[in-house]
Design a protein around this ligand. Structure first.
Ligand SMILES: Nc1ncnc2c1ncn2[C@@H]1O[C@H](COP(=O)(O)OP(=O)(O)OP(=O)(O)O)[C@@H](O)[C@H]1O
Ligand SMILES: CC(C)(CO)[C@@H](O)C(=O)[O-]
Ligand code: BAL
Length: 337
């Protein structure tokens, strides 16, 4: 595919001067660089939405405000030349890659966006202050790039949910578009941090996606069983009476019933994922679990065990060697009653 060269923009002045053809939609994809095919998929989605007459701007900025450990910030990969090529190939018109001084001219900003309670859960609990720093730079980059729509990956599900909340709560008037997680053929979610994994660490890291898929498959199997039970012919007469009698006896010892019953619904989903992660924790190159949580995508609170419907996100974070990885899968808990 032949593509026009993308303009490299380093300052907010140059960005404001970027001509926007009358009536053209501008779509933005924000990144921290080290672009891979996950980012390219976001850029292609932005290109498709903006149309051939629209404008696609990719931002590349490693935002110091959202890093806790200095070592994580220092070793974050910086590959601007390669990033330009990936962005251009995927259909970007311009790449805005400012310096930290350009984004924060007076040093770290005093006034910041606060993520609130949703920002303190899961990733927020493991990386205190991360989401305040992330939302602050996203707000700044939205003001600087002035898009009609901005595209974010489902891989960072909690980030995406918080950006949606910020845009809604603070009336940014910008469309937020989610793009499904792009994976390697063996299931590993693409991530800039994957490049730090040795071959052995990468094998162990596969447990993240395997755990999510195991949970999804367990849920699907339960849903299929429930669907079959609903369509099976109802027993009549004497058989029904015997069934009712049997049920009454079983209910009399509710504790025994509860203990004997295999986990269903949310508990089974968590258990299926946990079994895979527990096994990976025993490997020679072990996985060290940070969290596994089945949450409500609206606020990232834990889904109660008796929930039998609605949308959920199963999210996992773990360290393999010195690299911390996250992954998640959206699930629909419906059809379990
Ligand atoms: N595998 C992926 N599939 C879809 N979107 C992705 C994927 N990886 C990253 N993104 C999205 O790209 C945007 C920029 O992410 P970012 O630059 O942090 O990349 P990253 O690969 O997530 O890096 P890391 O997790 O190592 O910081 C975010 O909206 C993110 O959700
Ligand atoms: C949204 C973002 C570009 C803000 O720095 C970053 O958190 C990311 O790359 O996901
Ligand atoms: N991909 C989310 C950005 C971060 O890890 O800081």
């Amino acid at each position: 595919m032949t593509t026009a060269p993308a303009a490299l923009i380093r300052t907010s002045g140059e960005l404001h001067a970027l001509a926007r053809p009358a009536g053209a939609q501008r779509a933005v994809v924000m990144t921290m660089g080290a672009l891979h095919q996950g980012h390219a998929t976001l850029i292609r989605a932005a290109r498709a939405a903006a149309g051939p007459d629209g404008q696609v701007v990719v931002t590349v900025f490693v935002n110091p405000l959202q890093f806790g450990e200095a070592a994580d910030l220092e070793r974050y990969p910086r590959t601007l030349d390669a990033d330009l090529a990936v962005a251009e190939e995927a259909g970007a018109d311009a790449v805005f890659a400012p310096s930290a001084e350009e984004v924060y001219p007076g040093g770290e900003p005093q006034v910041r966006i606060t993520a609130g309670p949703m920002g303190e859960r899961l990733e927020g609990s493991s990386r205190p202050g991360h989401f305040d720093g992330m939302l602050t730079v996203v707000a700044k980059l939205l003001h600087l790039t002035r898009p009609d729509a901005a595209f974010f990956g489902q891989k960072d599900a909690q980030q995406l949910a918080l950006i949606r909340r910020m845009v809604r709560d603070l009336d940014f008037g910008i469309g937020i578009v989610a793009v499904p997680t792009v994976r390697d053929p063996d299931g590993l979610a693409l991530s800039s941090r994957n490049r730090f994994l040795s071959a052995g660490e990468r094998t162990t890291a596969l447990a993240l996606s395997k755990a999510l898929f195991a949970a999804r498959d367990r849920l699907a199997a339960q849903q299929a069983l429930h669907a079959r039970a609903r369509t099976a012919p109802q027993p009549g007469g004497r058989a029904a009476a015997l069934t009712r009698l049997g049920e009454a006896r079983a209910a009399a010892d509710s504790q025994a019933v509860a203990l004997a019953r295999p986990a269903v619904g949310p508990a089974a989903v968590r258990a299926a994922a946990r079994a895979v992660l527990d096994e990976a924790a025993q490997e020679d190159v072990p996985l060290v679990l940070d969290y596994l949580a089945l949450v409500d995508p609206a606020d990232f609170t834990e889904v109660p065990d008796d929930r039998d419907g609605g949308e959920a996100v199963l999210a996992v974070a773990a360290r393999v060697g010195a690299t911390r990885l996250i992954d998640n899968i959206p699930l629909n808990l419906g059809a379990l009653t």
